[in-house]
Design a protein around this ligand. Structure first.
Ligand SMILES: *[C@@H]1O[C@H](CO)[C@@H](O)[C@H](O)[C@H]1NC(C)=O
Length: 379
């Protein structure tokens, strides 16, 4: 009996030692990841010799709107070193696993009243006009002119500030509206994105909407490192990949439903507060860190944080999203020869030819007249 006890004691001692060693090893590893633990941000700042986008993000989360642009600038800087803009088309890749239609996709466009004329009108005149039923515009101010163009304008009642809180507030409403819609896929884009809906559908049909799918393109070349608040006084480091909101990303319904405890109702705002990061990072946090689902990287999503000149004109229709804006103080847009000059159409979105759909056979000249020879008496 006693010997048995002794053996047990010995075994647990060995176990405890091993656990200790493991904890130490993990601790050593995580130490390298910890960039900004706990509350004392000012002293932490001194510890941080090398500037990193993570710190910028942390700063942004502390100071809000002002430093948010610093975060974007840092992302831009990092972006330069990241992989080249890959532009593989979907042809020859995975075969489709699910037959989906445009109606199965919920496309959320995030905007703010200030950009209704300068940005939304352009999108309304181009890709949204052809995809009105599945495109929902999330904004923060009433606008008759926009509402006349589409029924799907959702007033989020969120602040118009470009702050972390305001952005998270809109993402929370997007999420709730998607869940309500019962559609199979949630896709988020910004008001400077062009979406090739046909290519998007082709991409999503390669996955099952009941599986856990999170697809998009990261703008950092490594996982983001953040701290997670686990109680009033306790923080712990976390690192995860996230798809940049500026390039657009999609989430399957199966995964979105699992996100509910952290994303639905007011929970998204609480989660965002817990890690104090912008909305797209919070999405990545819930999916990768909380649920343990990995981001599927896809190079067909494009934000203005990459050099858009690198997307070949012949491949434009094979991209899922495009963007425009400024990149290293230069105008950044796709190269597209078309009916409009760069002055008339700086984004080049108006110059993208309408996708040819449906494709008519060679020699097709117009609608076919079908004469039905039916006897009315048959009915
Ligand atoms: C915004 O507020 C209005 C008026 O109170 C309300 O009808 C609407 O449902 C709110 N929108 C959201 C998304 O909660």
């Amino acid at each position: 009996m006693l010997r048995n006890c002794g053996r047990k004691l010995l075994l647990s001692l060995v176990g405890a030692t091993l656990t200790c060693l493991l904890v130490l090893m993990v601790d050593q590893q995580t130490k390298q990841l910890v960039e900004l633990p706990a509350e004392a941000e000012d002293s932490q700042r001194q510890l941080q010799a090398e500037p990193s986008p993570v710190k910028a993000v942390q700063d942004a989360s502390v100071k809000g709107a002002q430093t948010f642009s610093a975060y974007i600038n840092k992302l831009t800087r990092v972006r330069r070193d990241v992989e080249q803009v890959g532009t593989p088309s979907l042809e020859g890749s995975k075969p489709p696993v699910e037959d989906i239609a445009a109606d199965d996709v919920f496309i959320a466009v995030k905007t703010t009243k200030k950009f209704h004329r300068s940005r939304m009108d352009l999108l309304m005149d181009t890709w949204i006009s052809r995809n009105k039923e599945q495109t929902y515009i999330f904004t923060d101010g009433e606008d008759e002119e926009l509402q006349q163009k589409t029924e799907n304008v959702i007033s989020t009642n969120c602040s118009a500030a470009h702050s972390r809180q305001a952005l998270s507030c809109k993402m929370a409403v997007e999420y709730d509206k998607f869940i309500e819609s019962n559609k199979k896929w949630f896709c988020h884009v910004d008001d400077d994105n062009y979406v090739n809906v046909k290519t998007l559908i082709k991409l999503l049909s390669r996955y099952s909407h009941t599986n856990d799918i999170y697809i998009g393109k990261p703008s950092l070349d490594r996982p983001i490192q953040a701290t997670e608040r686990i109680s009033e006084s306790k923080m712990r480091p976390v690192n995860f990949w996230f798809a940049t909101g500026g390039a657009g990303f999609c989430i399957s319904r199966g995964l979105a439903l699992k996100m509910s405890p952290w994303a639905s109702g007011g929970h998204f705002m609480n989660t965002a507060e817990k890690i104090r990061l912008p909305d797209d990072c919070t999405i990545g946090y819930i999916i990768e860190s909380v649920l343990g689902v990995k981001l599927i990287r896809n190079n067909l999503f494009h934000s203005h944080l990459e050099n858009l000149h690198q997307v070949p004109q012949s491949e434009i229709h094979n991209q899922v999203t495009l963007s425009y804006g400024m990149f290293e103080n230069k105008r950044n847009a796709i190269l597209m020869k078309g009916a409009f000059s760069v002055e008339e159409d700086p984004s080049r979105f108006r110059s993208i030819p309408r996708p040819k759909f449906p494709r008519y056979p060679k020699g097709y000249v117009g609608p076919v007249r079908v004469t039905l020879d039916v006897n009315v008496a048959d009915f």
